[in-house]
Design a protein around this ligand. Structure first.
Ligand SMILES: [Zn+2]
Length: 472
């Protein structure tokens, strides 16, 4: 699987702030996937021979039944309706959805450019070398590198079974075809079929080893980009006990029974998440981490970016976007449709937060395909609260009043609590206190005259720094 992030619109990369949003998105793009063999013939040879050896040994040790995988003829039907979805979002993360599908199994044995997936579509690929894609590629979206880094999405067993092999210790930040080995867990399911879970993050696998049982839904490892891969995704491949490829999906071009307990639709138009950002999200080249610029607290003068992230966005289906004020009145509503189908896409709009915006919990809501997703963000405005705008030279407190709680942009990501002292040009201390970890907040209890002030910052380990700011 190969992923490319593209800017769709000329204005997409412009950060110019306009007073009023326009119906067209002010930024966005797609996350395209391209064909790349997840496994090469040499990989299949190595993995199959490892598994064959392991299975024989596990049978000899009594950890696998002697007739496991052989009790069925090669064309026997595996147990239908047992597979659960092999990915799970970890606690603490709350995306509405976190993946998209880029490729299914290529059921057409001919090649090249002769492909057919279970729905008789071309959502798969083959290669001139004779490779027909043999698994399902499920990629992470949005911010897949961050999701890998933060272990946001776990790979879980699709069915009960016994671990029959593991590969680990291989680099997990692949961005291209590199002939590298992957990290994977291989499970012999109770019904004699075998599932491969590939491209895992290095060192993230379950401590269980070959011969140990797992149950459906049990943690196996985290999604990574090891082996032939250009971005974090799971390659999920199913074999019969005799080694034939099995497509777990059923449809017009794959008759029989689905192996899934709940087979997902071929195309699944879904909002993956809504976010607000202080700056546009940045998607650098693989494997660099994306800069999400997530922000849920805004002050007058800030720029509010409201973004929606989709998989399988259907161009025929418009989304209704609404920003609600804290009293539930509509601040603005608009509709948008994707100009074409993408398996992953995002769109954003932005506003300058005005001094008249009421304080409280605002809501960004999008209705799409019969589902509504919400994201709450906070606006803090009104008396006594302003912001020190980070500047290259002086920090300027705007707007007035010039006392209250001030947030210093560059300090919002501080790692420890800082103590501070504010002095005026005469050297007189006008405020002291502590800036809580990650808050960037400084309090000026009393109104101060216009002029230049010095903010002294002291870290626990003794490092001292100064920032100059202007009250005007
Ligand atoms: Zn694959």
């Amino acid at each position: 699987m190969r992923t490319i992030l593209s800017c769709l619109l000329l204005q997409a990369c412009s950060l110019a702030v306009t007073a009023q949003p326009v119906p067209a998105p002010q930024g966005g793009g797609s996350y395209r996937t391209e064909a790349l063999p997840c496994l090469l013939p040499a990989d299949y040879q190595r993995i199959n021979s490892m598994l064959e050896k392991n299975i024989a040994q596990l049978k000899a040790e009594g950890k696998l039944a002697a007739d496991w995988g052989t009790s069925q003829p090669a064309d026997a039907k595996p147990t239908a309706g047992t597979f659960i979805w092999p990915l799970r979002q970890e606690p603490g993360f709350s995306y509405n959805s976190y993946y998209g599908i880029s490729n299914y199994v290529d059921l057409d044995p001919l090649y090249p450019n002769q492909v057919k997936d279970w729905n008789c579509g071309a959502r798969t690929y083959d290669q001139a070398s004779g490779y027909n894609h043999q698994g399902v590629d499920i990629f992470l979206w949005p911010f897949s590198q961050q999701m890998q880094e933060n272990q946001q999405v776990a790979i879980v067993a699709a069915a009960d079974g016994v671990i029959i092999g593991k590969d680990d210790g291989n680099p997990d930040h692949s961005c291209a075809l590199n002939n590298a080995a992957w990290n994977a867990v291989y499970i012999g399911n109770s019904d004699g079929t075998i599932c491969w879970y590939g491209h895992m993050k290095t060192g993230s696998q379950t401590a269980k080893g070959p011969g140990q049982s797992v149950v459906a839904g049990e943690f196996l490892g985290y999604v990574g980009s090891s082996g032939n891969s250009t971005g974090p995704h799971l390659h999920f491949e199913t074999h019969t006990g005799s080694g034939d490829i099995l497509d777990p999906f059923v449809g017009p071009c794959r008759p029989g029974a689905s192996l899934w307990a709940n087979q997902k639709p071929y195309i699944e138009p879904t909002i993956n998440t809504l976010m607000t950002h202080g700056h546009a999200p940045v998607f650098p080249d693989c494997p660099q981490l994306e800069t999400i610029n997530a922000q849920s607290l805004f002050h007058p003068g800030d720029t509010l970016f409201a973004a929606a992230y989709y998989h399988d966005q259907n161009p025929a289906s418009p989304s209704i976007y609404t920003l609600y004020r804290p009293d539930n009145s509509v601040f603005q509503t608009w509709t948008h449709s994707s100009p074409q189908y993408y398996n992953a896409s995002y769109w954003y709009w932005y506003w300058k937060v005005g001094a008249s915006w009421p304080s409280g919990d605002w809501r960004f809501e999008v209705s799409y395909e019969g589902h509504t997703v919400n994201h709450v963000f906070k606006v803090e405005a009104g008396s006594g609260i302003a912001r020190i705008n980070a500047g290259s030279d002086a920090l300027v407190i705007v707007p007035n009043p010039n006392h209250g709680i001030f947030t210093i942009e560059g300090l919002a990501s501080q790692l420890e609590t800082l103590s501070y002292r504010v002095t005026n040009v005469a050297g007189r201390t006008v405020a002291t206190g502590h800036i809580a970890k990650g808050s960037g907040r400084v309090a000026l209890a009393q109104q101060q005259p216009k002029g230049i002030y010095i903010l002294q910052l002291d870290e626990a380990k003794g490092h001292r720094s100064y920032l100059r700011f202007l009250i005007r």
